[in-house]
Design a protein around this ligand. Structure first.
Ligand code: FAD
Length: 396
């Protein structure tokens, strides 16, 4: 292809790999630069919501198929049990009806499986992956962007897509807007096989503690526990000590929940941060995507879903607009408002979820009983569909 556009994608997380797959699928020459030696070997699971599943389908039907085959496709009639810490049911959230209402299901999936599907999709579409390679900065010029690597070498491309996560080096260089803000709680995550619990989604709510559980296929449940805490306290423990401390903290909860935590593997601990939304994600030929652009707390489980949406929209604009800067500006226009709303809704949801005081705990449980669901703003977030032609059609 004579005038084939080229892109360097920084970061081989969910956002970077999705962008690589979408761009390469639409005919861009893509190099992914990832500082880790391996991709996707940690991190329990996550939920792809109907918006994220629609984005995966838009990247390619093959990717959508892989995701469905690897994860647990929530079936019509399936409910998420919303309980207090003793296991008493406060509400049954009808998550299985989303497929019919919104045209795509929820799919809880192991991160390793999602990343493997994205790597395969990106590589099959022609993207080149360079592992063990860290980026230190960039300089955007009129005709190309120079991407500086820590080893002192430079890559040149038409576009730099910065998907280097919440502590993005490229964002610091572009916006210099300080560190992300701690939101008052930490997360301990894991996955448990043969727990004896039903393969069903549920959420158990205590004071200052919320345990979110979902099946990811086979006999495995993944779980995330959000704990109100001072910053640094949980991450400074080893994963094994954090697991023990969590099992201790859940003393008095339903015994099957304590067992779920005790039996778990693949424990990850992280303090939860976000940033205030900004409306600038572009500097010349460099553009932010995923957590680098809009880190959000995981209360609504939307960070990776938004990164998938970003990838589809970015590839759509670059496919439709020959002027690279105009395409990046259109992407920025389309994405900043939507993601700002989700960042702020997630922040509100996170405070509600924690129920950190007696009064807040009662408020959260009352909300769940009245609304019959966990999240306040679910459908408007989950209802997103690609507005642009899918990248695969553009490649046509
Ligand atoms: C507890 C918890 C639960 C969550 N649950 C969900 C959920 O259910 N659903 C959901 O959608 N989202 C969820 N999320 C959010 C989701 O995990 C993130 O939003 C998503 O993984 C962000 O992807 P990313 O690719 O933008 O960033 P990351 O996954 O952080 O990837 C960034 C990559 O860039 C690499 N990198 C960084 N700096 C450099 C550099 N200088 N040079 C080269 N490479 C670099 C890193 O090694 C990394 O591989 C959850 C998050 C947490 C903490």
């Amino acid at each position: 292809m004579p005038n084939q556009r080229s892109a360097v994608v920084v970061g081989g997380g969910i956002g970077g790999l999705a962008a690589a797959a979408a761009l390469a699928g639409a005919g861009t020459r893509v190099t992914v630069v990832e500082r880790a030696e391996h991709i996707g070997d940690v991190g329990s699971g996550l939920v792809l919501y109907p918006n994220g599943v629609a984005a995966a389908d838009a990247i390619s039907p093959r990717l959508g198929g892989r995701v469905r085959a690897a994860g647990h496709v929530v079936q019509p009639g399936e409910v998420r049990l919303l309980m207090d810490k003793t296991g008493r049911v406060l509400a049954e959230e009808p998550i299985g009806d989303q497929s019919e209402r919104l045209g795509a299901p929820q799919i809880p999936i192991l991160r390793t499986d999602l990343q493997a599907a994205l790597v395969d999709e990106a590589v099959t579409s022609g993207a080149d992956l360079r592992l063990g390679t860290a980026v230190s900065g960039y300089a955007s010029g009129a005709d190309e962007v120079a991407v500086h690597l820590r080893d002192g070498t430079t890559l040149r491309a038409d576009v730099l897509v910065a998907a280097d996560g919440i502590n993005s080096t490229i964002r610091r260089r572009m916006l210099d807007d300080g560190p992300p803000q701690y939101r008052g709680y930490t997360s301990v995550r894991g996955r448990t096989s043969r727990s004896g619990l039903p393969q069903q989604s549920f959420v158990a709510n205590g004071r200052g503690v919320q345990l979110f559980v979902a099946p990811v296929g086979g006999d495995t449940l993944y779980w995330t526990c959000k704990i109100t805490a001072r910053p640094g306290v949980w991450p400074e423990r080893s994963p094994q000590r954090a697991q023990l401390a969590l099992a201790g903290l859940l003393g008095g909860w339903h015994e099957s929940l304590v067992r779920l935590v005790r039996m778990a593997e693949d424990i990850t601990v992280a303090d939860i941060h976000d940033r205030d939304p900004v409306d600038r994600w572009v500097d010349g030929r460099a553009v932010l995507l995923g957590d680098a652009a809009h880190p959000m707390v995981p209360a609504m489980g939307q960070g990776a879903n938004m990164a998938l949406e970003d990838a589809v929209v970015l590839a759509g604009h670059l496919g439709a607009e020959p002027d690279t800067r105009a395409a990046l500006a259109a992407y920025e226009r389309e994405r900043t408002d939507r993601t700002a709303k989700v960042v702020l809704a997630s922040r509100r949801q996170g405070s509600l979820d924690q129920g950190a005081s007696r009064t807040q705990e009662a408020e959260r449980n009352a909300f769940i009983r009245t609304a019959g669901r966990k999240d306040a703003a679910a459908d408007e977030v989950h209802g997103w569909r690609p507005a642009e032609p899918a990248p695969a059609d553009l490649a046509g």
